[in-house]
Every structure is written in structure tokens, then in C-alpha cells.
Ligand binder design. Structure first.
Ligand SMILES: NC(=O)c1ccc[n+]([C@@H]2O[C@H](COP(=O)([O-])OP(=O)(O)OC[C@H]3O[C@@H](n4cnc5c(N)ncnc54)[C@H](O)[C@@H]3O)[C@@H](O)[C@H]2O)c1
Length: 254
């Protein structure tokens, strides 16, 4: 059965990161036009990939006006995005006791991991409804949003839990318009962006972490690709409002 990506238009945020980059490539390979956006992309570029293509743009997803402009450009140029992967995110580097966290530290992390998701789903929904199309969104949360985590970043845990709440609430609201919203909560994944952080984990702490992972290893970026494409595609046509942990069997919920 085809997952139905041929001819579809997708927006993928955080697309310079390993997890989103692989998903963007697979979507394009299966025929989608993928708008890959990231703060780290210096120059606009475009590339044919398989049956589809990837259009790269620099975008700060925490800038709501810039997000609105991007979705308008997408609609004007290729037709509205009906697939959305919200992967831009991260805990930032500031770990400190809660009484030492300043307002700025808190707001910066929440802006990236929750506000930005809201900006993107709002614009995507607006254009899909206006065009009378159907859509599918995937939000990348974290194990930190389902339970407490070793990152120890309070705002990150709060924002990632908020992303799960937004998934549920939005799924209920937009289901009648043919839009599905699902969420993925990765465990610790070896991406280039946090390589130094992973290498700094003391061996005993890593051993303890892995002892809690049923499959006994860290995640790889490619481990996320299948679950992301499942939720985005037609195989999940009757699935919405769900959060799945992709963590090797670390968090097991009933
Ligand atoms: N790697 C892990 O262990 C892990 C675990 C749980 C959840 N996650 C989540 O997975 C998602 C993907 O992260 P990753 O692991 O691939 O890390 P990553 O750091 O490689 O990717 C995140 C990307 O987001 C981009 N970004 C940051 N701020 C941005 C902004 N304001 N506007 C646009 N883009 C911005 C970065 O440039 C980067 O390319 C994130 O939401 C992260 O929180 C990762």
C-alpha cells in the first residue's frame, strides 16, 4: 500500500538535524515536495531527490511572523503544505537548579519546543482548511515530556509535555477537517547535534541509562524515520491524537 506522499507538499522544521533530515529525504524520495527549514540553513537551495524535491530555507521557527510568511510562500509556490513535521527543538545548554533559572532561559526553551510548534500547526491548519484539503502533522516531543529525564532542563520537560497536550487537543479539534495530529517521543538518540553531550556522559551513568532501555542501545536517527512516515502517511489514516515512544523500550505505557 502506498503511503500517499507522491505529489504532496510537506514542511519539515529542524531539517538540518539528523532526525528531520532523514525524514525529509524519505518524503522527497517518495515523491513529495519538501520545504526543509532550519535556522542553520544559510542560503536557500533546491535539490531533486528521487521522485520529489527538497527546497531549503532558513527559518527561525520561534518568529511567528516569519513562520506565517513561510507557509504563505509555500502555498503560493507549490500549493499549501498538507504534511508537517515539527522537529526543530532541543534542550539548549543551560542546566541549573530551578532557583537559578532566569526568565530568559525559561522562555527561550519554551519558545523553541512549544510556541514554535503552535505557530507551525496554526499556519498549516489555516492553509489546509482554506484549500479544503486533508493533512497530517507529526510533532516531535521527547521522553522528557512523558517522564522526568536526565537532561535536567525544567523548561524542556515542560515544553515537551506541552507538545503532547497540544497534539491531543489539536487532533480533537481538526479531525473533522480531515487533519490528523500525532506525536513521537524519542529516547536518547545519537545525533550529531548532541554528540559532545553524549560523549560527556560518565560511563556509569550511560550504563545505568542503557540498563533501562529494553533494546540496550541508544537510538539512531534512522530509527525515527519509519515511525514519522507511518504517522504522516495513509497507513495511519485512522490514527490521530497519539503519542508513541521511540526509545528502544524505555518508557512502556499501557
Ligand atoms: N536527539 C535526542 O536524543 C532527542 C531526544 C528526544 C527528543 N529529541 C527531539 O528531536 C527533535 C530533533 O532534534 P535532533 O535530535 O535531530 O537534534 P538536532 O539538534 O540535530 O536538530 C534540531 C534542529 O533544530 C534546529 N533549530 C534550533 N532552533 C531553531 C529555530 N529557532 N528555528 C529553526 N530551527 C531551529 C537546529 O538548527 C537543528 O538543526 C528535537 O525536537 C529534539 O528536542 C531529540
Amino acid at each position: 500500500m502506498s503511503a500517499g506522499f507522491a505529489g504532496r507538499v510537506a514542511v519539515v522544521t529542524g531539517a538540518a538535524g539528523d532526525i528531520a533530515r532523514l525524514a525529509a529525504q524519505r518524503l522527497a524520495a517518495e515523491g513529495a515536495t519538501v520545504w526543509a527549514v532550519d535556522l542553520a540553513f544559510a542560503e536557500p537551495s533546491e535539490e531533486a531527490v528521487g521522485a520529489g524535491r527538497i527546497i531549503r530555507r532558513r527559518l527561525d521557527v520561534t518568529d511567528s511572523a516569519a513562520v506565517a510568511e513561510l507557509f504563505a510562500e509555500v502555498a503560493r509556490t507549490t500549493g499549501p503544505a498538507t504534511l508537517l513535521l515539527n522537529a526543530a527543538g532541543g534542550p539548549g545548554s543551560r542546566r541549573a537548579p530551578v532557583e537559578e533559572i532566569g526568565d530568559e532561559d525559561w522562555h527561550r526553551v519554551v519558545a523553541l519546543n512549544l510556541d514554535a510548534v503552535f505557530y507551525c500547526v496554526r499556519e498549516a491548519t489555516r492553509w489546509i482548511k482554506d484549500a479544503g484539503l486533508q493533512g497530517s502533522f507529526v510533532i516531535i516531543s521527547s521522553g522528557a515530556g512523558r517522564t522526568s529525564s536526565r537532561t535536567g532542563v525544567q523548561a524542556y520537560g515542560a515544553a515537551k509535555a506541552g507538545a503532547i497536550g497540544l497534539t491531543r487537543q489539536l487532533a480533537r479539534e481538526v479531525g473533522k477537517h480531515g487533519i490528523r495530529v500525532n506525536c513521537i517521543a524519542p529516547g536518547l538518540v545519537e545525533v550529531e547535534g548532541i554528540r559532545a553531550e553524549i560523549e560527556s556522559i560518565p560511563p556509569a551513568a550511560m550504563e545505568q541509562h542503557l540498563s533501562n532501555v529494553a533494546l540496550g542501545r541508544l537510538g539512531r536517527p534512522a530509527d525515527l524515520t519509519g515511525p514519522i512516515l507511518f504517522f504522516l502517511g495513509e497507513d495511519a489514516a485512522f490514527v490521530t491524537g497519539q503519542t508513541i515512544s521511540v526509545d528502544g523500550g524505555s518508557i512502556m505505557l499501557g
